[in-house]
Design a protein around this ligand. Structure first.
Ligand code: MN
Length: 231
């Protein structure tokens, strides 16, 4: 057995609905602007852009329940509800036609964003990492195996804050559906088992305040409910 000079970090993982087993997380990819209305609300023309990606640390994924910390360095923490895809079988240059065979399961997650830091990074031409990759920035529901769920291609994507609807869209409105996202990602590098993909958010993103109660879901997939902690 390999001897490490410090204790090896635990493998980040996400729960599986109705099971004691867990899904180990290797990397977390996120798609930027995958719904036209959201691209427009962020000031971009959705028809002119190929998909693009950013990443979060694997251990930014936490259970989407209980209290999620309000992160430091921001006055503008935004919610983004997203379909999460769990990759069970890796590959390179994956054909969109067979891409869904690589999916182990699906969940619902939040791509929490320090929007003020993101705006500053955009302005200065700097990376988004500080805006996107903080602790607890990727709450995720338990995963549902594709063997049970199939591969959802449509269904309402919604998010409420303190009972008021903020976001609403439909999986059918994704500019790049899951099979295309997988194909694109695998052209840049090897996609591997354990990778998670947050597939982008519909319109209606906005600020969360400490103490807010957030509920969100995707029709036919899963729901989540959590509270935002103190600053
Ligand atoms: Mn997002």
């Amino acid at each position: 057995m390999t001897e490490f000079v410090i204790a090896a970090p635990a493998t980040p993982s996400v729960a599986i609905a109705g099971s004691q087993q867990r899904f180990p997380i290797r990397r977390v990819f996120c798609v930027g602007r995958n719904y036209s209305e959201h691209a427009r609300e962020m000031g971009h023309d959705p028809d002119r852009e190929p998909p693009f990606f950013f990443m979060k640390p694997a251990d930014a994924v936490v259970p989407a329940q209980g209290t999620i910390a309000y992160p430091p360095l921001t006055q503008d923490l935004h919610h983004e509800v997203e379909l999460v895809v769990a990759i069970g079988k890796g590959g390179v240059d994956i054909d969109p036609v067979t891409a869904l065979d690589h999916v182990w399961g699906y969940g619902v997650g939040l791509d929490l964003t320090r929007r003020d830091l993101q705006a500053q990074a955009k302005k200065l031409g700097r990376p988004w990492s500080w805006a996107k990759g903080f602790d607890e920035s990727a709450p995720c529901s338990p995963l549902i195996p594709a063997s049970q769920l199939g591969h959802p291609q449509e269904g309402t994507v919604w998010l409420k804050v303190n009972g008021q609807e903020r976001q609403r869209g439909d999986l059918a409105d994704q500019i790049w559906p899951v099979q295309d996202v997988i194909s694109y990602l695998s052209q840049s590098g090897a996609l591997k088992a354990g990778d998670l993909i947050f597939t982008g958010t519909p319109a209606g993103v906005g600020a969360l305040q400490p103490g807010d109660s957030v509920s969100a879901g995707i029709e036919g997939v899963a729901q989540l409910e959590l509270t935002i902690g103190r600053r």
